[in-house]
Write a protein that binds this ligand. Structure first.
Ligand code: APR
Ligand code: PHB
Length: 395
């Protein structure tokens, strides 16, 4: 078959790109390795920046998010046993974030795609990318034992960190920047009411903890754990006990426990691949970069990559202009590195590092104390947490 854009991967990046191209009448197909249920089974973060919610509205899938999402105007930082609120709304001139799970965003985009009658191939095996150094690239895959070929003008590699797109680029053409953290996050999802109406990020002697939520009846909690821990050795009771140990009095009083509906350990990583364009192949989302989850930037960065990419592709097809595709990498990376910096910094600030020593510990305490008492420092956290504007840094 022939199409204008072949999108690899039906995660949030691929689905949102598909929706934006559809709105501009650009012919495309999505090719996904897994089944729809598998894609929807992945539990990821759930804090959307306004740039991201605006995009979901723009493509017409904002209805459920508007009804069920929880707008948050602040976050709480807990350290030395006390909570301090960062007033996101007040410090950013009225901005806020939307708490709405990535699974729900994915589901809304999938449902819209079906309603629009747009093609998506699930269960595609042996996906391979060809000739993207020229103007007539193609994608091949197997489905039910039959080989298929898609000829296109551009390929969008939206296939996540372990996808085939980045791996298809010749090693000498790509530069990788990476930082691995010496701990993981043990996460639990449970149908219990959240302990607070805002997210609570906790820095404690026993390690980091995060009290997050998906709705008024579903909570998401995390605790920092050694990378050697095995999830099967963490009973629900042990998790709740450890979380409780990392809370303040009020938190312990309000904590409602219950059976976990998902429990997993995720490693923390910072990673950027440069550039993000190779001839007719573009990388977007987790295929090009990973952030540690501390600032909840993963999905938001994926959304802005796709915003820049869709704008560039639309200009190319509608106006025969290539400035957008030529500057795609540069525009994305300028934004990505700022989110990488924030996520790395927030991770450093809130976790216990095995090698920080007494000096490092004192500096971390001083920084937290400075942060909550300095208007400038609080504003810096707030403006990064709600997300920098798309045109940040432009005169
Ligand atoms: N062929 C086709 N599809 C593939 C292949 C392949 N070889 N390899 C991976 N995929 C699919 C995966 O099955 C997945 O559905 O690509 C999709 C990539 O989705 P995500 O990993 O969710 O990445 P992305 O869409 O960029 O979303 C970024 O997800 O990881 C979080 O924090 C991150 O929130 C951010 C968001
Ligand atoms: C989540 O709800 O899963 C979540 C929220 C905020 C984060 C990370 C994860 O910083």
């Amino acid at each position: 078959m022939k199409t204008q854009v072949a999108i690899i991967g039906a995660g949030p990046s691929g689905l949102l790109l598909g929706a934006l191209l559809h709105k501009a009448d650009i012919d495309h197909i999505i090719i996904e390795r897994q089944s729809p249920d598998y894609v929807l089974g992945r539990i990821r973060a759930g804090v959307l920046e306004q740039v991201c919610t605006d995009m979901l509205e723009e493509v017409g899938v904002g209805q459920r998010m508007r009804a069920e999402g929880l707008p948050h105007q602040g976050i709480e930082l807990l350290f030395k046993g006390e909570r301090h609120r960062i007033d996101l709304h007040g410090l950013t001139g009225g901005k806020q974030v939307m708490v709405y799970g990535q699974t729900e965003v994915t589901r809304d985009l999938m449902d819209a795609r079906i309603a629009w009658g747009l093609p998506a191939v699930y269960g595609a095996e042996n996906v391979s990318l060809h000739d993207f150094d020229g103007n007539t690239p193609s994608v091949r895959y197997h489905k039910d034992g039959v080989q298929h070929e898609v000829q296109c003008r551009f390929i969008a590699g939206c296939d996540g960190f372990h996808g085939i797109s980045r791996q298809s680029v010749p090693a000498g053409a790509i530069q990788e920047f990476e930082k691995i953290y010496p701990f993981g996050w043990l996460g639990v999802l449970a149908d219990v009411p959240p302990l607070s109406h805002e997210l609570v990020y906790c820095n404690t002697e026993r390690g980091f903890a995060l009290c997050s939520q998906r709705s008024l009846t579903r909570s998401r909690y995390y605790i920092q754990c050694p990378l050697t821990d095995k999830v099967e050795n963490w009973s629900d009771d042990a998790f709740w006990a450890e979380l409780s140990n990392r809370l303040d009095e009020q938190g312990r009083r309000n904590l409602v426990t219950g059976p976990s509906i998902e429990k997993s350990i995720a490693p923390l990583r910072s990673y950027v691949a440069e550039p993000m364009r190779f001839g007719s192949l573009f990388l977007a989302g987790d295929a090009a970069h990973i952030v540690p989850p501390t600032g909840a930037k993963g999905l938001n960065l994926a959304a802005t990559d796709v915003k820049y990419l869709s704008t560039a592709l639309i200009e190319y097809f509608q106006e025969n202009a290539s400035a957008g595709i030529d500057t795609y990498s540069q525009r994305c990376l300028a934004r990505i590195w700022k989110a990488e910096r924030f996520s790395w910094w927030f991770t450093q600030l809130m976790h216990r590092f095995p090698d920080s020593g007494e000096f490092g510990q004192k500096v971390q305490e001083a920084e937290l104390d400075y942060l909550i008492h300095s208007h400038a420092a609080s504003t810096s956290v707030a403006e990064n947490y709600v997300g920098l504007p798309l045109d940040f840094g432009k005169k």
